[in-house]
Design a protein around this ligand. Sequence first.
Ligand SMILES: [Fe+2]
Ligand SMILES: [Fe+2]
Length: 365
Amino acid sequence: MNMHSADAATAEEALALQDTIDSDAATQVAMQDTLLTPRFYTTDFDELDAIDVSNIRDEWDPLIDRMLSDPNKGHFKKNQDWDTVDWAGMEPTLKKEFIDFLISSCTAEFSGCVLYKEMKRRGSNKDITQLFQLMARDEARHAGFINDALREAGVAVNLGFLTQKKKYTYFRPKFIYYATYLSEKIGYARYITIFRHLEQNPQHRFHPIFKWFEEWCNDEFAHGEAFALLMKTDPKLTRGINVWWIKFFLTAVYGTMYVRDHQRPAFHKALGVDPDWYAHEVFTKTSKLSEQIFPITLDIDHPRWDAALKRLQKANVDLAAAKAKGKKLAQFGASLRAGLAFVALYTIPAKKHAVPKFTRLEPSY
Ligand SMILES: [Fe+2]
Ligand SMILES: [Fe+2]
């Protein structure tokens, strides 16, 4: 009997089940390393391994128990709810943007898998290795499921090749916490916002994968909870100078999402989603959630916020155009404008608030 990556108990098992019919083009897209494409990360694994969770044990154990109970085992595979997809009849721009979305999502999921799996492999601290093994398991299933969807369109990402050949970016552990915590929580907010929107507007569900987003985002939610608890083990991580780093990562993650989503107008039109509305919705949810551990949130309703985001996006469009034409001076000008727009976003005063004593949250959107 053929086993599916959805039923795998570990990341290794799930990855071994990915067959090798991959397409070079999709893998090349996944290989790209720009400011806007998902990257692979490496870090100081010994420092991570030294984390002591005993002062947060009361919140840690229930989270791990939930992950061990594995509510989504077997979920991430096609079943009778998977409607036939008319890839050949899909409007070409939509098809291109949607495939690009799937490749980028698959790469992001797999990036998490690679980092978590490596931590599990290198570590000896039982609490930490157990957590990272569980998270790697989930991300391998997610990446495998997106690849299933891609294969129907005749493309798939070669995950083994990516592991070996994609460039790894080194981040200090604290930067991994901020960046990964935020990417898990914003991932939750993005998936649940689309899922709820399509519940209300099923005529816009142009592909069956969106039906899987609810359980999917619950996995991401749990991963985010784990990183919130990891940060809680060391209060210095969310104080003093580090608050400026937190603000930096919040701005970078929100800005990147905005720019990336605006590159896919046909995709958002097909979903019936206005990307400006969607961004505001996702930022609002992510900010609310991140109050569990971060002492600040960005003021996304500040009069300067929208205008600076639009400038950042426009500068990125111009930068891509200048690059395509090989115009060096125009590239420099556009990069400078992007940098200034980022500074404009970063210097908007943040909202401060007290962080709750009890950190853990449940998915509620
Ligand atoms: Fe995931
Ligand atoms: Fe995740």
